[in-house]
Write a protein that binds this ligand. Structure first.
Ligand SMILES: [Zn+2]
Length: 829
């Protein structure tokens, strides 16, 4: 080999790397010779003296392009190995094309020079450290780049010329095939043709790609595989949204030949890498367009209409397609105040409104912006539309009916075609099986299995067809449709018509609707711009809260302070009054009207309704506490309800009053206040009265009663009545006099003789507790004697006092108590 002498023992001591690459998987499949040659380089490395163990084949980049933007793990591995200095030589079929970007190639050369790595190709061995070799390689690299450019240019020129003639062929979209002359042909397979055509028909009616997907949920859609194991075969699968969009955006279906719809875009990432992506040019920038190139599924005008519709459906690009909500003018209503589209806001099933939501988000709301109930505008505009399209109504209804019929037939037809196809395939499998020689058992078995599979598919397809036939809904009679069509308003209001369809009908007629600001609060002026360019203006009343008819409002004002909302609503309805919308009143409507007019609710007024009473009133009336009334309510003994403000209203009449009084009488606790009003019978006295009369505690009296010293009886309420006359009184006073504890004369007496102190006097004098004094007495520290009625008397003089103070000083507890007392007294002074 040329320059084999440059290989030294040092190179052989390191690895020989064989770099194997093919640009695409297609090359890999077709150019097997080249791949084999590349692998053959390992043999050359052996011939040049590398041991088998030192030869490394790097083939991770098979099928990966060498240009910018592709990630080549093998090449990166090769570079890192060179950097580590473990590579003696790199072998490639054509070393100058190791990398198709000269930047990568130059870098590899530089690294090889620094690490003393040789480069070897079929032409010879290059030592990068040698300036001649380096220049040679550099030249080869430049040449290959130029060659690439010339080749690409020549190829591109040829390609462009073919494209300009409309002869350049691309993989065809499903629904088209190439005939033997290479001309485009609509797929002769009727099932595929029907499926593709249905996509366009569905889109024309539904107006949204998602709806087309929805129509195809139970149906399979064909896809032709290009390349790979399934190349050229038709597979049946799910129709995805992306595929629907692709089909609708593909001009091929409109019979138009286009070259250059997409291009490759390169981007340098911040980390210096290069990424490529396929970009689509907008239609206006397509470089080459040939109309009527082949037969189309749709016309060019239809293609443009579909494109516009898809564009209008893109909400992120400002499109506002018709949605499912009941606000009919969604997407086409504009606020005249801020000039921005209004959005429907759905509060519940019944109420929704158009609001300047977008203006609010962008802080562009003006004082003239108004929120308006959708029903006000929708009703007015619908009425206008119905009045306007009156002459064409029958035609429209019939067209709608035909459409429904066609839709049914289509789904039915798809199932029929599938069944036909299954039948055909089963027949074919059967024929193939019949033709095989019986001796050829293995083949026969395979064919038999295939026939069985096809038969199973046939059964499935027939079942699907039966289901489709069964599921086919009953079509209304054409005559009844005619009758219905005679009354478009009824059709319009029919619950079977989807809001979306109504909206789409509206949009075919109306371009947009503007709420024109007015100074009047009770009316709304609506400007309608028709698709024809004509305009209309309608003014309608604006009913709702705050717009209750004056008569009804007067009625409410007269009664709202005394009558609850529900009752008031009933009265209003009985009087034949209605809300601002002409509907009967309910409690909520009365509430809203009252709020809007600033009328007080009954619970905020002082009075209760007739036949009701508040807790405060009841407690005053019965002479019991409020808490007793609460208890009754909580125990369910009283019927009451709570107002929204939390006030209790008790249902009240004579029967309830009588029941309450019974409850009071039966309760010991509650009865007291009442019974004190009634004195005991003649010749009797109540225990508290007797106590008061004798100047003793009630408990003393009760003790006497329990001890049998007094004749008494208990009332039903548990009260003691004592039999009373003068003799009894005299006996009582005797008992008091004979009792040490009760004797009044002793109790009131100031007490002590001279030189003696009572316990109380002593405690005050010394500032100590009664218990302490008694403890001293009982301990014998303090001399004392008891009076006849049991009072302690303490002989007291200065010496006794001094002794007491000593004891106090000796006791930390007492001393502390004295100190705190003095402090607090001092503070008080
Ligand atoms: Zn506005």
């Amino acid at each position: 080999m040329n320059g084999a002498g440059k290989i030294t023992a040092s190179h052989r001591a390191r690895n020989a790397l064989v770099y194997v690459r093919q640009s695409t998987s297609g090359q890999l499949r077709r150019h097997t010779e080249s791949t084999a040659r590349q692998y053959g380089l390992a043999g050359q490395a052996r011939a040049l003296g590398w041991p088998e163990s030192a030869i490394v084949v790097v083939d991770a980049d098979l099928g990966v392009s060498g240009r910018y933007g592709s990630v080549r793990a093998g090449f990166a591995d090769l570079v890192s190995r060179v950097c580590l200095g473990e590579v003696g030589a790199i072998l490639g079929l054509e070393v100058s094309r190791l990398a198709r970007s000269s930047a990568e190639f130059t870098r590899l050369l530089e690294l090889a020079r620094l690490t003393g790595t040789l480069l070897i190709d079929t032409d010879g061995v290059y030592d990068i450290g040698d300036v001649n070799d380096r220049m040679l390689l550099g030249l080869k690299g430049t040449m290959s780049e130029a060659e690439l450019h010339l080749l690409a240019g020549r190829l591109h020129g040829a390609k462009l010329a073919a494209a300009q003639r409309g002869d350049l062929r691309f993989p065809l979209p499903i629904g088209y095939v190439l005939d033997s002359d290479g001309q485009y042909l609509i797929d002769p397979d009727e099932e595929i043709r029907a499926a593709v055509a249905d996509v366009f028909t569905c889109f024309a009616q539904a107006g949204s790609a998602y709806r087309v997907v929805g129509e195809f949920t139970d149906r399979k859609f064909p896809l032709r595989a290009y390349g790979g194991a399934w190349a050229g075969q038709v597979r049946w699968g799910r129709l995805s949204h992306a595929r629907v969009c692709d089909i609708l955006a593909n001009p091929c279906y409109a019979g138009t030949y286009v070259y250059g719809r997409s291009y490759q875009e390169y981007k340098v990432t911040p980390d210096g890498g290069v990424r490529s992506a396929r970009r689509y040019r907008p239609r206006e920038q397509w470089p080459l367009v040939i109309h009527d190139h082949h037969e189309g599924y749709i016309g060019w005008q239809q293609f443009l209409a579909n494109e516009a519709k898809l564009q209008a459906n893109r909400t992120r690009k400002g499109g506002r397609p018709a949605r499912e909500g009941h606000a009919l003018l969604q997407g086409i209503i504009v606020c005249g105040g801020c000039g921005i589209r209004m959005a429907p806001s759905y509060r519940d099933q019944r109420y929704s409104s158009y609001q300047c939501a977008e203006a609010r988000r962008e802080a562009k709301v003006t004082a003239r912006c108004r929120t308006i109930a959708t029903s006000v505008v929708d009703d007015a505009v619908s009425e206008l539309v119905l009045a306007t399209i009156n002459p064409g109504q029958i035609k429209l209804a019939l067209k709608a009916a035909d459409e429904v019929a066609r839709r049914h037939t289509r789904s039915h037809r798809a199932a029929e075609l599938a069944a036909e196809r299954a039948q055909y395939e089963a027949d074919r499998a059967e024929r193939a099986f019949m033709q095989v020689e019986p001796e050829n058992r293995l083949v026969a078995r395979t064919l038999e299995k295939r026939w069985e599979t096809k038969l199973a598919a046939l059964v499935e397809a027939e079942a699907a067809l039966a289901t489709a036939r069964d599921a086919r809904p009953e079509l209304p009679e054409r005559s009844s449709l005619l009758a219905l069509a005679g009354d478009l308003p009824a059709l319009w209001a029919s619950p079977d018509i989807e809001y979306r369809d109504r909206k789409r009908l509206l949009r075919t007629l109306i371009a947009d609707v503007t709420i024109i600001p007015t100074s009047e609060k009770d009316v709304v002026t609506i400007g309608v711009r028709w698709q024809t360019g004509a305009t209309d203006q309608i003014t309608v009343g604006r009913p709702g809260p705050g717009r209750t008819p004056a008569e009804a409002l007067e009625f409410i004002a007269a009664r709202s302070a005394t009558t609850r909302d529900a009752a008031l609503a009933a009265q209003l309805n009985a009087a034949g009054l209605t809300t601002g919308r002409g509907r009967p009143f309910d409690a909520a409507a009365v509430h809203r009207a009252r709020n809007a007019a600033g009328l007080r609710a009954p619970w905020s007024a002082s009075a209760c309704h007739d036949g009701e009473i508040t807790i405060a009133e009841l407690s005053a009336k019965l002479g019991i506490t409020r808490s007793a009334v609460y208890d009754w309510i909580k125990a369910g003994k009283l019927e009451a309800h709570q107002t929204p403000a939390g006030r209790w209203h008790i249902i009240w009449d004579q029967a309830v009053e009588a029941r309450c009084r019974d409850m009071i009488a039966a309760s010991v606790r509650l009865g007291r206040r009442h019974r004190s009003a009634h004195s005991a019978c003649d010749g009797e006295i109540t225990a508290p009265d007797l106590g008061a009369r004798l100047g003793v505690n009630t408990t003393v009296v009760l003790d006497w009663v329990h001890a049998g010293k007094l004749a008494a009886h208990q009332t039903a309420a548990g009260r003691w009545h004592v039999v009373w006359d003068e003799a009894v009184e005299a006996r009582c006073r005797d008992m008091i006099a004979s009792s040490v504890r009760l004797a009044p004369k002793e109790r009131g007496g100031a007490g002590a003789c001279d030189g003696e102190l009572s316990i109380r006097q002593l405690t005050i004098r010394l500032g100590i507790g009664r218990g302490t004094v008694l403890a001293w007495i009982h301990a014998g520290k303090l001399a004392a004697h008891q009076t006849a009625v049991g009072y302690w008397r303490i002989p007291f003089d200065e010496s006794v006092e001094a002794r007491c103070r000593e004891w106090i000083a000796a006791s930390p507890r007492l001393a502390r108590r004295q100190r705190t007392q003095q402090t607090s007294e001092g503070g008080a002074v």
